[in-house]
Design a protein around this ligand. Structure first.
Ligand SMILES: Cc1cc2nc3c(=O)[nH]c(=O)nc-3n(C[C@H](O)[C@H](O)[C@H](O)COP(=O)(O)O)c2cc1C
Length: 314
């Protein structure tokens, strides 16, 4: 890795699974932190099978993994903190960024930002609960700038500043932006100036150049979270390599991910679906490959997919 800055892999539902993060780390070098796609507290048991797979230590050997939690119930969060501790985790992350309607309508994810006083009580219960249990679990937050307007961010910062957050990860869009418009860098600057917790930037750094430009503009940024940029190019933060080496590594990486998902025994169609989802981002690495991209899109079976991909990967 040739960046001074710490680089984290963002949580992406269905994408940044343990299969993905292990392949990324093995082929391109370990990033500083890997966030799991969000987990939710459940009534009867701590984790669903797929969630458990994400956090099992044997599936994450040698990686610094931070489980992410989506909830607005402090009791559920505290119960998960205890379960995660038992699996060896000492850091977890609260999702205050998910913009999806179904999540937001329940007052979770970015939807929780519309209720700052409830959020304040939630954090109070979480941090006093951890202190009362003498727990050494550390908690970070991944937030948007607000629901409707970036002006909401000042009040949110005041709330965050009352608690000993491990770090504050800021994706400076508001919920109603979804992924449209541009990240609001003034919001990030404000966070840098006023946050008690260290601030991590997240949003729209898609290429190595974006990353370099960002680091030049914000030399004080010591941690950055990347989502779609890594999925587009899993070597985005790796040392520079020749074209041949990059092609060879990507072939290896793709093979590891494909084999990993085949091992999930979820049926060929689901493996195909997972791989196609990755290509939505990855294809941007392959300029002028529109024809091959179409063939990947069109593939109806895993066999057709493997033929189409071999055309691209050589
Ligand atoms: C398909 C998809 C799934 C995502 N899933 C999650 C999630 O589970 N938890 C979360 O906090 N953010 C999630 N995000 C948001 C990303 O973590 C990240 O904040 C966002 O993509 C902006 O960063 P980027 O521009 O580097 O991709 C998701 C984004 C996408 C596109």
């Amino acid at each position: 890795m040739n960046f001074q800055t710490k680089i984290y892999l963002a949580p992406m539902e269905g994408i940044t699974t343990y299969v993905y993060r292990n392949a990324q780390a093995a082929v391109y070098g370990r990033l500083d932190k890997y966030f799991t796609p969000f987990l939710e507290p459940h009534e009867k048991r701590s984790f669903k099978k797929r969630e458990l797979q994400e956090i099992l230590p044997e599936n994450n050997r040698g990686l610094y993994v931070v489980p992410q939690i989506l909830t607005n119930r402090a009791e559920g969060f505290l119960e998960l903190a205890e379960s995660l501790r038992n699996y060896g985790y000492r850091e977890m992350n609260l999702n205050l960024g998910c913009p999806s309607r179904t999540v937001v309508s329940k007052g979770k994810g970015a939807g929780f930002l519309a209720f700052p006083e409830e959020l304040n009580r939630f954090l109070d219960t979480v941090f006093s609960g951890l202190a009362a249990a003498a727990s050494d679990m550390r908690v970070s937050v991944k937030t948007r700038a607000g629901m409707e307007s970036p002006e909401e961010f000042l009040r949110l910062l005041e709330i965050f500043n009352q608690y000993p957050l491990e770090e504050l990860i800021v994706h400076p869009r508001v919920q109603k932006d979804y992924y449209n418009n541009r990240p609001n860098l003034a919001v990030y600057r404000l966070a840098q100036q006023k946050s008690r917790a260290p601030v991590c930037y997240n949003g729209d750094l898609f290429t190595r150049k974006d990353l370099e430009d960002f680091c030049a503009e914000f030399p004080e940024a010591d941690r950055i979270m990347l989502g779609r940029g890594v999925i587009r190019d899993p070597g985005i933060a790796a040392d520079r390599m020749t074209e041949e080496e990059a092609a060879e590594r990507f072939r290896r990486f793709h093979g590891m991910v494909l084999e990993g998902y085949k091992g999930w025994n979820m049926g060929d169609r689901n493996v195909l679906f997972k791989m196609k989802e990755l290509w939505f981002y990855q294809i941007r690495q392959f300029e002028g490959a529109e024809k091959l991209a179409k063939r990947i899109k069109k593939a109806q079976t895993l066999a057709e997919y493997e033929v189409a991909v071999s055309g691209l990967l050589g």
